[in-house]
Design a protein around this ligand. Structure first.
Ligand code: TYD
Ligand code: MG
Length: 454
């Protein structure tokens, strides 16, 4: 008789590293108490030669798999629908992450209250039913089929689900849940993983969409195991500056759509208001022209937006000059300053440089480079740039101006908003006659400097 032998190993629940022995801290990811014993091999023998078990699933040709037409659930929140790729897919598990106080609970409650004739179960482990009622009154949504449950045990949540039979489940937040199947405190890596996998199985088996709200850690990742992000279908990030009113919803992962879409909201006294036409919101209104500001024609996601960049260049008081950037990558700023210093001969090495993107948003589009450079030069020269001029172009390491993607869309948006001139790279191939706006093409930063300040 073959001897059955169970082989186990120890795995980190956070990063998946394997160890032969238990230890308190994972040497790979430095997390504490994440190492758990798991069975790696149950029995010797050939699994394919064992007795066959019954399986309900069947191998199908791709062409034979039928798609039901009512695929997506449209919410009345068009920005959210857009980010999700056109609505919520039945059975999808969506993870929404964001900093505390950014408005995750508000967004989800607003979604739940706005879905008419659609039963939603909003499970909160963070706030009492009274607190949620107060918020709902503030949001001013009328009656709806939204039910509120304050509960943190997954087993109890499933009991209520059986009674309520919701069409959508919202969990606020995954870090507060605990499952009786595991003996660990809520918020621990193994609890988060277990609770999430129970909800995932529920979503897939009943085709009920589940939205999980997740906390994020100091460095911006979703708290808990990285596996959580792999398990779910969609990962959304709600970001913005708490002191500003604008919020941006981005998809970091989407199994049912693109991740390039983004939703823009404004936090007002009665909840989140959708911003459908964001082009001009990020430009400050001022009466006189000030040095150090420039406007960039950027594309965020797939939408063109005009964003104002402010720079302040001043003589450093201390030995080491300070560099600081809000909404823009600090390393990229250092690179642009090095290019200005080395390739274009501007003496910025002994200057403090501060950079700020207005509206408290973060910009990823590399074509904002040219605008950043223009704002820095404007502040350095103390000469204002007209607010009828905008910029679109990337700056390379040798000081060359590289073409921006989808330039026609940017030009059209600038034209629509009443700009008179747009500065772009000469490597962008466009039909000049097509646009009313004056298009100026440049190959090097020096040429722009000559045009603007001489
Ligand atoms: P909340 O949804 O509780 O944030 P999270 O769940 O991400 O922690 O949002 C709280 C913030 O939103 C709070 O600081 C106040 C603000 N807010 C408004 O400005 N207007 C409103 O109508 C609501 C409900 C909240
Ligand atoms: Mg909350």
């Amino acid at each position: 008789m073959a001897k059955t032998k169970v082989k186990t190993a120890y795995f980190c629940q956070n990063c998946g590293a394997q160890y032969p022995k238990w230890q308190g801290q994972c040497s790979a990811c430095k997390e504490w108490n994440t190492i758990v014993e798991e069975v790696v091999q149950k029995e010797v023998g050939k699994p394919w030669a064992n007795k066959r078990t019954d399986s309900k699933s069947k191998a199908l040709k791709v062409a034979d798999i039928s798609l039901t037409t009512e695929s997506r659930i449209k919410t009345d929140n068009t920005e959210l629908d857009r980010v999700l790729g056109g609505g919520i897919v039945p059975g999808a598990v969506v993870l929404l992450g964001g900093e505390p106080g950014i408005g995750k609970s508000t967004l989800m409650l607003q979604l739940a209250l706005g879905l008419k004739n659609f039963k939603t179960l909003y499970v909160s482990g963070e706030e009492s039913a009274k607190q949620i009622k107060m918020r709902a009154e503030r949001l001013g949504e009328g009656s709806s089929d939204c039910l509120i449950l304050t509960e943190t045990s997954t087993q109890n949540i499933f009991t209520h689900i059986d009674a309520v039979k919701p069409n959508l489940l919202v969990i606020d937040s995954i870090q507060t849940l605990h499952s009786q199947a595991i003996d660990a405190s809520p918020g621990s890596v193994s609890q988060i993983r277990e609770s999430a996998s129970e909800l995932l199985r529920f979503a897939k088996e009943t085709a009920t969409p589940v939205i999980l709200i997740g906390h994020i850690t100091k460095d911006g990742g979703i708290a808990g195991p990285k596996i959580l992000e792999h398990m779910v279908d969609v990962v959304l990030q709600f970001e913005g500056d708490r002191n500003h009113i604008y919020r941006i919803l981005r998809a970091q992962k989407n199994r049912f759509g693109s991740t390039s879409e983004l939703g823009i909201y404004e936090m007002v006294s009665h909840g989140l208001r959708e911003v459908h036409n964001p082009s001009k919101i990020l430009i400050s209104q001022k009466d006189e022209a000030l040095s150090g500001t420039a406007i960039s024609a950027t594309i965020e996601g797939v939408r063109p937006m005009l964003i104002e960049v402010q720079a302040l260049v001043s003589t450093a008081v201390y030995g080491t000059p300070q560099r600081s950037a809000t909404g823009f990558d600090l390393r990229r700023l250092s690179m642009l300053l090095a290019v200005l210093e080395k390739r274009c001969g501007f003496r910025l090495g002994a200057k403090d440089v501060f950079l700020n993107i207005t509206g408290g948003i973060k910009v990823d589009d590399p074509s904002i480079d040219l605008c950043v450079v223009a704002a820095i030069l404007s502040s350095n020269e103390d000469v204002a740039i007209s607010d009828k001029i905008c910029f679109a172009g990337e700056v390379g390491l040798s000081g060359e101006i590289r073409p921006a993607t989808r330039i026609e869309q940017r030009i059209l948006e600038a034209e629509k908003l009443g700009f008179e001139q747009i500065f772009i790279s000469k490597y962008n191939k466009i039909e000049v006659g097509k646009f009313a706006i004056n298009i100026l093409s440049f190959g090097k930063i020096e040429e722009i400097y000559q045009t603007l300040f001489n």
